[in-house]
Design a protein around this ligand. Structure first.
Ligand code: KG4
Ligand code: ZN
Length: 355
């Protein structure tokens, strides 16, 4: 099945053409064409994503990326040989989502193809189906730790299209905390990779650091997260010290990352132990799953459970992209083929939940 997928939920504009077949547990996924434009540099001066600017950029870039993707795939821009168009319906910034949705619906009318709405978070979960190792296949039920700039969630994937959120952040998302701490340290947006780089430099020096930050809710029974107290603790630390040198920033980054990752891993452990759902696969996905310290700690965690597989996306698919939207659409169509016949109503749903 050939699906053209479109993603515009935040500050990445992406268009992909995928050919997919096979079992959902281990689909064959071929990327025939793919283009992605990140608006990071434009939003940098606002210290975060500015919705109306994102909307304008998506409008400007979508036709260009579509042309590039179809050309790369050797498809005609007038009548490409595809089965469906997939588009992110939410969650995300509504003005940005609408641009992708209207563009997809217009193409659907022009080409006479069905348009499939996709939940962005479902996309993140199944980004891990791309380039799975040779003998692997996804064994369900799975537990997904979704960590991005907008979300921090623990989701039980009982089956394809059957999800239960068992933990979520009560305030900031973990990626948002990385970005805010980076801003306090005078680092540009998005701060996650920069904090991570500094923290790794500090670790490479193999010294003990004096700084230690609180790990909010780490001992509470709930599987919810909270990151705003940690962020405030970093702020107080920076205000209470005269130091602003590079080594100090590296150590603060490391202490912050240790605390944030410590909470993520501990809550994931608790979920694995307590969910009582016989979890067979641990998935981590979303922008923050690119974090080296987190992936190392999750590997350690997974090795504590004898038959638990750990699935992470390839680096390109950790942050927002259209490949994951195409994969989630393939799952939706496979489970409910009628969706290709009966066009469902599509609208931007900024707060769309996965369960
Ligand atoms: O999934 P994503 O691209 O967008 C959302 O849907 O939010 O995630 C972006 C987030 C940003 O907050 C960014 O700082 C964070 O992912 N991020 C990282 C790393 N790479 C990206 N955070 C920590 N360490 C990283 N290596
Ligand atoms: Zn995302």
């Amino acid at each position: 099945m050939k699906i053209l997928a479109i993603e515009t939920s935040c500050d990445e504009t992406a268009v992909t053409l995928l050919e997919m077949s096979g079992r959902l547990e281990r689909p064959d996924i071929e990327v025939l064409g793919d283009s992605l434009l990140s608006q990071i540099e434009l939003h940098e001066k606002y210290g975060g994503v500015y919705p109306n600017l994102a909307k304008r950029e998506h409008e400007k870039n979508l036709p260009i990326l579509l042309e590039k993707t179809l050309k790369e795939a050797g498809e005609s821009p007038e009548s490409p040989q595809i089965d469906a168009i997939a588009v992110t319906e939410g969650p995300g910034l509504e003005p940005a989502l609408w641009v992708g949705i209207n563009f997809a619906l217009e193409l659907g009318r022009k080409w006479g193809k069905p348009v499939i709405p996709v939940n962005h978070m479902e996309g993140h979960i199944f980004s891990t189906l791309y380039k799975m190792s040779e003998k692997d296949s996804l064994k369900l039920p799975a537990l997904a730790l979704l960590v991005s700039g907008g979300h921090t969630e623990l989701v039980v994937v009982k089956d394809f299209r059957d999800y239960e959120i068992i933990g979520r952040t009560r305030d900031d998302a973990v990626g948002e905390a990385f970005d805010k701490v980076a801003r306090m340290l005078g680092l540009p947006y998005p701060g996650g990779p920069k904090i991570s780089g500094l923290a790794e430099s500090s670790r490479a020096k193999k010294k003990k650091i004096e700084i230690e930050f609180p790990r909010p809710m780490i001992h509470s029974k709930e599987l919810d997260f909270s990151f705003s107290g940690l962020k405030t603790a970093v702020l107080y630390k920076l205000k209470s010290e005269l130091r602003t040198d590079g080594e100090f920033k590296e150590d603060v980054s490391r202490a912050f990352e240790d605390a944030a990752v410590g909470v993520l891993v501990e809550k994931t452990r608790r979920a694995l132990l307590e969910s009582g759902k016989g979890i067979k696969t641990l998935i981590a996905a979303g922008g923050v799953s690119a974090n080296l310290h987190l992936s190392r700690e999750l590997e350690k965690l997974a090795s504590e459970f004898p038959s638990l597989a750990l699935h992470l996306p390839i680096k390109y698919l950790t942050t927002d992209n259209a490949v994951m939207i195409g994969i989630a659409a393939f799952i939706r169509v496979t489970r409910n083929p009628e969706i290709l016949r009966d066009q469902v109503k599509i609208e931007a749903r900024g707060n769309l939940s996965i369960s």
